[in-house]
Design a protein around this ligand. Structure first.
Ligand code: ADP
Ligand code: GLC
Length: 469
């Protein structure tokens, strides 16, 4: 099958979170399974762009509203990522340093989608599947079915994967002129509650809709930022497929970011060495259990309650554990988390910012990974933690619920709690501190977790099945 993934992110080209990881891995494993998967994404000014070789694949022009624009599609020359990678260059619009966060993001991503369809329109043949990810590519199923310019593509199957339904890309109807001319009686397929809603439109128009865990799929029907009823109407074509992780990238035995690599057998000694280095660098006590948080500092991840939670545990469990934060996001949360460092030197530290290398080193060094997320469609961090023998401490929601079993259950290996509150976090940290004292139990959990298989190989089959529906 020929599958075209359309996404705003793809690791290692450009990544802001788990979407990038998934789009960097799923196509690679689809290709390994015998499919012909490709990725097309915007051309941002990232390191990957400058450090690799490209050939021009297509040059075209299109319009967004009354503006015409030229675009170029370049292709990575060597199949470095294990699949064909295409970048869409729209001068002045997409070629920026960051992926998101500009006031004209709506125009940028609509122009990107128009360019992708214009490119596909020029092909001599048609792909079997156009697989769109999140709202940034969410207008494609509608445009392909209803825009006159893309009629030729109207019968290609489209699949939407929702990585996060919180972000929907809504815009007022005054912006409808940005979408190429379409059958006007189909306007309802763009609309949700009086606005153009790209995510809702994709849910209505795509052939199949998937999201990244079964529990999140179930949650969406009663909590999806206004789309609850739509998920209820469309439940027949919706399914949850748990993400995999790229075991080639996330492997403590070969991870190039680790100076001390380790296998299942040598996990205790391996983690100890990694922890020693991190503790030396960040002034923490290597003899205490190390809890880490890695992630976006936003409400969804419950980052707003982290400062309170750390104050609580640092005070009440003083001297019994160390904590390290790696994250970026809301400035107020960044500042609050950083300010705690001064009061608890030796026990707490932060690195504000995005640091891929440090994230790998922290998964390897930590004893526990904290994820109190309010919303977690899948969550990759906890799966990386499992692979690196780090006990996940998670709130029971979405994909966290589907991948972590509390240590109080039969063959349990993690810590789960119900509420994103200071008291639930503090209680869970206490449970972690207690279990850490039992070396036999810790060693058993680490080895058990590292053997859990979340590889993409098995997940790819589920997508193939979904495409066939
Ligand atoms: P989300 O996509 O909602 O942010 P996921 O758990 O799916 O959550 O994926 C997060 C990904 O981003 C993981 O690969 C994680 O290691 C990475 N990540 C998040 N914040 C940072 C950071 N500050 N530095 C390095 N990596 C980070
Ligand atoms: C989103 C979700 C996260 C998921 C990731 C990859 O960013 O917030 O839970 O793991 O997408 O699907």
């Amino acid at each position: 099958m020929e599958i075209i993934h359309v996404s705003a992110e793809c690791y290692p080209v450009a990544k802001a979170g788990g979407l990038g990881d998934v789009v960097g891995a799923l196509p690679k494993y689809q290709c390994k399974a015998g499919h012909f998967a490709k990725v097309v994404m915007p051309m941002y000014r990232t390191k990957f762009l400058y450090n690799n070789e490209w050939v021009v694949d297509f040059k075209g022009s299109a319009s967004i509203g009354i503006y015409n624009f030229n675009f170029t599609i370049i292709k990575e020359k060597t199949n470095k990522l294990g699949f064909d990678l295409y970048l869409v260059d729209i001068h002045g619009l997409l070629d920026r340093e960051k992926i998101y966060g500009y006031s004209d993001d709506t125009d940028r991503f609509i122009a990107f989608q128009i360019a992708v369809l214009t490119w596909l329109n020029s092909w001599q043949h048609q792909p079997h599947i156009i697989h769109v990810h999140d709202y940034h590519a969410g207008l494609i199923p509608f445009m392909l079915k209803n825009c006159y310019a893309f009629r030729k593509l109207a019968f290609i199957k489209t699949v939407l994967t929702i990585h996060n339904a919180q972000y929907q890309g809504n815009m007022g109807w005054d912006r409808h002129g940005l979408i190429p001319e379409y059958d006007s009686y189909k306007w309802g397929d763009l609309d949700w509650k009086g606005q153009i809603n790209p995510l809702a439109s994709a849910i209505k128009c795509a052939w199949v809709v998937t999201t990244v865990s079964e529990s999140y799929m179930a949650e969406l029907r009663y909590k999806s930022n206004g789309l609850e009823a739509l998920f209820e109407y469309e439940k027949g074509k919706c399914r949850g497929i748990l993400n995999g992780i790229d075991n080639e990238v996330w492997n403590p035995e070969t991870d190039p970011y680790l100076t001390n690599k380790f296998s299942v057998k040598g996990v205790a000694a391996g983690k100890k060495k990694n922890k020693k280095k991190i503790c030396e660098e960040y002034g923490l006590d290597e003899n205490l259990p190390l809890f880490v948080f890695i992630g976006r500092l936003v409400g969804e991840k419950a980052a707003d309650i982290l400062p309170g939670a750390f104050h609580n545990v640092l005070y009440h469990q003083h001297g019994k554990a160390c904590y390290m934060i790696l994250g970026s996001g809301e400035k107020a949360i960044e500042a609050e988390l950083a300010s705690i460092t001064a009061s608890y030197k030796g026990f707490y530290n932060t690195q504000i910012g995005y640091d891929e290398a440090l994230s790998h080193r922290l998964y390897a060094a930590a004893d526990f990974l904290l994820m109190p997320s309010r919303v977690e469609p899948c969550g990759l961090n906890q799966m990386y933690a499992l692979r690196y023998g780090t006990v996940p401490v998670v709130r029971s929601t979405g994909g966290l619920q589907d991948t972590v079993k509390d240590m109080g259950e039969w063959e349990g290996f993690g810590i789960r709690f119900n509420n994103a509150t200071v008291s639930d976090i503090a209680h869970s940290v206490y449970r972690g501190i207690e279990v850490y004292k039992n070396k036999t139990h810790m060693d058993w959990m680490r080895k058990y977790m590292m053997r859990i298989d979340h590889s993409w190989e098995s997940v790819v089959e589920q997508y193939t099945e979904a495409y066939g529906n």
